[in-house]
Design a protein around this ligand. Sequence first.
Ligand code: AMP
Length: 284
Amino acid sequence: MIICKKPGTLRDLLEKKKIEEQQIGFVPTMGALHAGHISLVNEATKQNNIVVCSIFVNPTQFNDPEDFKKYPVTLEKDILMFEEAGCDILFIPSVQDIYPNGITKLQHYELGFLERVLEGKFRPGHFQGVCQVMHRLLEIVLPNNLYLGQKDYQQCMVIKKIIELIGLNDKIKVNVCPTLREKDGLAMSSRNSRLLPADRIKAATVSSALRNIKENIRTGDTKQIKDEATKMLFQSGFRIDYLEIADADTLVLVENWDGKQKIVALAAAFLNEVRLIDNMVINT
Ligand code: AMP
């Protein structure tokens, strides 16, 4: 595995591969790897000649500075895990490389409703930061295939939108991969390592609450089934940002379900200062 720190070096390396018409798959991450990240790399190695992964803890997407400061960093372990999974080139840029003009006065992206609902509403500025880093990374790597996790459902939608906004939708195929979970159902996440031991046990309630919706939802008013799930989270000591049922393609909230509309249940909630998110698609 080649480790590359400079955008120019990576571009030169990939230029050669592109001339040879090699398929390039890209897996962007913020490091602190777990099996969920590796499942994306596995998918990428199956479908491409060259797999590029990146580690960059993007300062502009943290609406909470404390969350940024406490974001876990496990670089040596990550390098070994990527290498073992079959990553060919690992890109580890600096903040200066990604933001050569600094992190203020950055480009604004028109995300519309996506930025006003759920994660967009509760984490102001977060998706602008995601767009800034993805715009830069995609311009540097220009992959044929991009691999993202369904765990960050709304982020997948935002990234598809930015790819369209920057005119790369004919060049880059987005592959959304399933959420990997721990045995008790907790969605794997780098932030899970920050949970206190007692909270780690309670944390699986997010997925049980969503599963309860998936298994028991009926047509009509969605309030009662959401209330049940909310109660489960409260009883486990969560502070809830949101627990909603939304249209799977637009994220418009669904208060009355006709049984046919494609929907997804999504939640974000805190245990002490650790914020967990998860989602489950109800029907396909
Ligand atoms: P992050 O390092 O949190 O920015 O995540 C990097 C990529 O891994 C994103 O596309 C995430 O959606 C994806 N990812 C994170 N957790 C999981 C998981 N449990 N299963 C599958 N993919 C995941």
